[in-house]
Ligand binder design. Sequence first.
Ligand SMILES: NC(=O)c1ccc[n+]([C@@H]2O[C@H](COP(=O)([O-])OP(=O)(O)OC[C@H]3O[C@@H](n4cnc5c(N)ncnc54)[C@H](O)[C@@H]3O)[C@@H](O)[C@H]2O)c1
Length: 256
Amino acid sequence: MTGRLEGKVAFITGTAGGQGAAAARLFAAEGAAVIGCDLLEEGARAVDAEIAAAGGRCRSWAPVNLADLDAAAAWVAAGVEEAGGIDILYNNASAPRVGPWDELTWDDWRFTLHNELDLIYTVTKAAWPHLVARGGGVIVNTASVSAHRGATFTEQAAHGAAKGGVLAMTRHLAASGAAHGIRANSISPGLIVTPQIAPFLEDPSHPMHGMREAHPLGRLGEPEDVAKVALFLASDDAAYLNAIDIIVDGGQAVIV
Ligand SMILES: NC(=O)c1ccc[n+]([C@@H]2O[C@H](COP(=O)([O-])OP(=O)(O)OC[C@H]3O[C@@H](n4cnc5c(N)ncnc54)[C@H](O)[C@@H]3O)[C@@H](O)[C@H]2O)c1
């Protein structure tokens, strides 16, 4: 590792598993003091312990429901007290409900918007004064290829709408942050293999079955593929990248 985040404090949401855990490991290995959180206590503790055993620094709060305004603010305040400020905010956590449009209920719609878009507001609103006080910083938001195109293998109108909101919000955060030295960019992952998805890929009756083999690169994304892009955006290597979205899908969206 090359210490690309040496001396930086990185707040990462959703550190109990998947892409958030991969980012926590990578950011800590690159020298950052990581402040994490998740709804899931056991996974968050395990990731913290694993990072500590590897010589890194990561402290996660759990359970924290970031869709709750006060809970998000309390996590940010506790993390700032622990680490002294915020240089990097990686808004990774979210939870959608997907399924056929015919069956998508108002409750599913509200749940998804609340747990994928509102929680970017709650966390960023609380973190903003600390980024400003630091004299600048970086926000990395997590959108999705769902924000860019429809999908028939799993219909996901609410998820796509929420992530489209994340894309738009990122550009406006970049506009608001420019005068403060705050850059804001987003990542749009394609299908990334996390523990939740892996069983579907092996199940012949599931619409996701065979997607690995059908991918142009012959494999699906791994959480580390996304974490490496997040590291780049969070680092000074991306000092002149602002208000952009990077699609991390192995080219699937454009290769036919
Ligand atoms: N996996 C994919 O194929 C894929 C594709 C496109 C976009 N994404 C996006 O990538 C990000 C990470 O997803 P992942 O694949 O690692 O999923 P994941 O479910 O493995 O991880 C998300 C983590 O966020 C936590 N979380 C969810 N809601 C929360 C809340 N309200 N408060 C606190 N923690 C909460 C979960 O407990 C979980 O640990 C998400 O924003 C997701 O929408 C994933």
